[in-house]
Design a protein around this ligand. Structure first.
Ligand code: C2E
Ligand code: MG
Ligand code: MG
Ligand code: MG
Length: 279
């Protein structure tokens, strides 16, 4: 009796597992098809200077609308692209498309505007990453200084010497590096210093906290103090309300991004939004 029960349970779990595996496989097939058919797109979320209140840049975010009209969140399909290696051509497409839009914004007169682009570790790790970046910058005729790559903190867990060398190559091109979702990982201050990054993006979870508790002694404040100490640029992500905005300004955070200012939007809409924001 017990034995039969045990076997039943095992096959129940393996069925569930293979169902999940099949769903993932199907999603990957759909994603590849959407990518080939150029059905992926980018949206752009403005980044605001908290002193002037003006936009200083935007983050490019990938969007996928499936055939049945559903929007599939990047948190679901990016991991699949990473595991399958699709992230390499897909990431190059993101970089190129974002740089083309940056070129266009510059032509419209937004000189010095920054484009922040997310880069997966799987993509960054590729030996051809830096030459690819250089090629894209040249093809799109954008100034390297206007491009910022967002990497997550766990980059610091990888082969540190190889990472340091690669980041130095990128810096030599003039491209900036930001650490995304900062505070959620395990990077040591020492490693961060060695990597010589340009900016920290304070993770949304620490901005959310600001609403409920006194900003004094908050994690956001500690991160800001750390950033200032290391002369890093600082940006808060996920700012949704005035209370958070006020706290961040009081704490001397330079920049912010979030629904309070603007949602991620297609380029045509960004152009309209920018014209109104700058006027
Ligand atoms: P992320 O880079 O940390 O991007 C910020 C996420 O927060 C975005 O979600 C954005 O839409 C969302 N967000 C912005 N402001 C607010 C706010 O005020 N409140 C809340 N609740 N959310 C806000 P999204 O677009 O769904 O992207 C999720 C993640 O997917 C990104 O996190 C990034 O890790 C990844 N991702 C997106 N596009 C790309 C890409 O082109 N390449 C790579 N490698 N990863 C990407
Ligand atoms: Mg990001
Ligand atoms: Mg983030
Ligand atoms: Mg994230």
């Amino acid at each position: 009796q017990g034995k039969r029960f045990g076997r039943g349970k095992a096959s129940y779990f393996s069925d569930a597992l293979s169902k999940a595996a099949h769903a993932r496989m199907r999603m990957l097939t759909d994603l590849r098809a959407a990518f080939s058919a150029e059905r992926l797109s980018l949206v752009f979320q403005p980044q605001i200077d908290l002193v002037s209140g003006r936009p200083v840049g935007a983050e490019a975010l990938l969007r996928w609308q499936s055939d049945d009209g559903h929007w599939i969140p990047p948190d679901q399909f990016i991991p699949l692209a990473e595991q399958s290696g699709l992230i390499v051509p897909l990431g190059e497409w993101v970089l190129r498309t974002a740089c083309q839009q940056l070129h266009r914004l510059t032509e419209l007169g937004y000189a010095g505007f920054r484009m922040a682009i997310n880069v997966s570790h799987a993509q960054f790790r590729e030996p051809g990453f830096v030459p690819m970046l250089e090629r894209v910058l040249a093809d799109c005729q954008v100034a390297a200084a206007q491009v910022e790559l967002e990497l997550t903190e766990s980059i610091a867990m990888e082969q540190i010497d190889a990472i340091t060398a690669k980041l130095a190559d990128i810096r030599r091109l003039g491209v900036a590096i930001a650490i995304d979702d900062f505070g959620t990982g395990y990077s040591s201050l020492n490693v961060l210093r060695q990597l010589r990054i340009d900016r920290l993006k304070i993770d949304r979870s620490f901005i959310e906290e600001l609403e409920r508790s006194n900003p004094t002694g908050s994690i956001a404040q500690i991160i800001l103090a750390l950033g200032h100490q290391c002369s890093l640029g600082m940006i808060a992500e996920g700012v949704e309300n005035e209370a958070q905005h006020r706290s961040l300004r009081e704490m001397g955070c330079q920049e912010a991004q979030g629904f309070l200012f603007a949602r991620p939007m297609p380029i045509e809409q960004l152009e309209v939004w920018m014209a109104a924001a700058i006027a």
